[in-house]
Design a protein. Structure first.
Length: 137
């Protein structure tokens, strides 16, 4: 087998999954909020959780809300939109990772230019349960 035909190592496959999740989150933010983050990084948080950190996510209108001191209103609106689109967030992550999302937890810090963390908690391997996607319908 030539070097070009070799299977990716576990580390390479692991990195590829994280990069694909990061790129997907950027695309989803752009689709859902009209503007994608300028930075994104996904990391595993143990065996059963993946966190994607997204920076510089605020739209111009949201930045104006921050200037007006409307941090709580902005957090409420952003959380409402994110949970209203839970299927759009969980479905691609399930496809990319091959794991079932048990819970999606979103957070945003409006005082740090919309720094977000999207945390996907999976069922432990071998203990698959219902998808979070189906609960959102």
């Amino acid at each position: 087998m030539s070097a070009d035909e070799q299977q990716p190592t576990v580390a390479e496959a692991h990195t590829s999954v994280l990069m694909e999740v990061s790129n997907t989150m950027v695309r989803l933010f752009k689709d859902q909020f009209g503007r994608g983050p300028t930075k994104a990084r996904a990391v595993w948080a143990g065996e059963d959780a993946l966190v994607c950190f997204l920076e510089d996510t605020l739209t111009p209108a949201e930045r104006n809300m921050v200037k007006m001191g409307e941090h709580q209103r902005l957090r409420d609106l952003r959380m409402f939109f994110q949970y209203a689109t839970v299927r759009e967030f969980c479905d691609p992550v399930e496809q990319i990772t091959g794991r079932t999302v048990r819970s999606l937890q979103s957070s945003i810090d409006t005082e740090v230019d919309g720094l977000c963390a999207e945390t996907f908690i999976f069922y432990p391997k071998g203990e698959e349960g219902p998808s979070r996607i189906r609960h959102a319908e």
